[in-house]
Design a binder for this molecule. Structure first.
Ligand SMILES: [Zn+2]
Length: 116
């Protein structure tokens, strides 16, 4: 379960933001998870409650996950299509041969802090 490793990585990065901006707490962390990553959003959500409890600045905060659609470009005909929806097959020519052009990334999009 590499989700926990990722979550501790998030905590470290958010910790740097907290320090640099002289904050003491954040309310939510927003992350993007591409469909073409091997990251399981449910595991991230479950793990977050454990990891966030380990850090004062994260305690009680929320993890908001945006799922980013995986997009492939067919190597046969150049068509671009959502991979999961088409079960990996090009909807134009039926080829399985493609390059993944979106949805392979995992990023921290935003750290939210409520205004006092
Ligand atoms: Zn094609």
């Amino acid at each position: 379960m590499h989700e926990l490793t990722l979550l501790f990585g998030i905590a470290e990065q958010v910790g740097r933001v907290v320090k640099e901006n002289d904050l003491d707490h954040v309310d939510a962390v927003v992350i993007d998870i591409g469909e073409a990553t091997a990251i399981i959003p449910e595991f991230m959500q479950d793990g977050y409650s454990v990891v966030s409890d380990d850090y004062d600045f994260l305690r009680g905060s929320e993890l908001i996950i945006n799922t980013v659609t995986a997009v492939g470009r067919c190597r046969e005909c150049g068509c671009e299509f959502p991979i999961v929806e088409n079960r990996g097959l090009c909807p134009e020519c039926g080829s399985f041969d493609k390059d993944i052009i979106a949805g392979q990334d995992f990023i921290i999009r935003e750290v939210r802090i409520m205004e006092e």
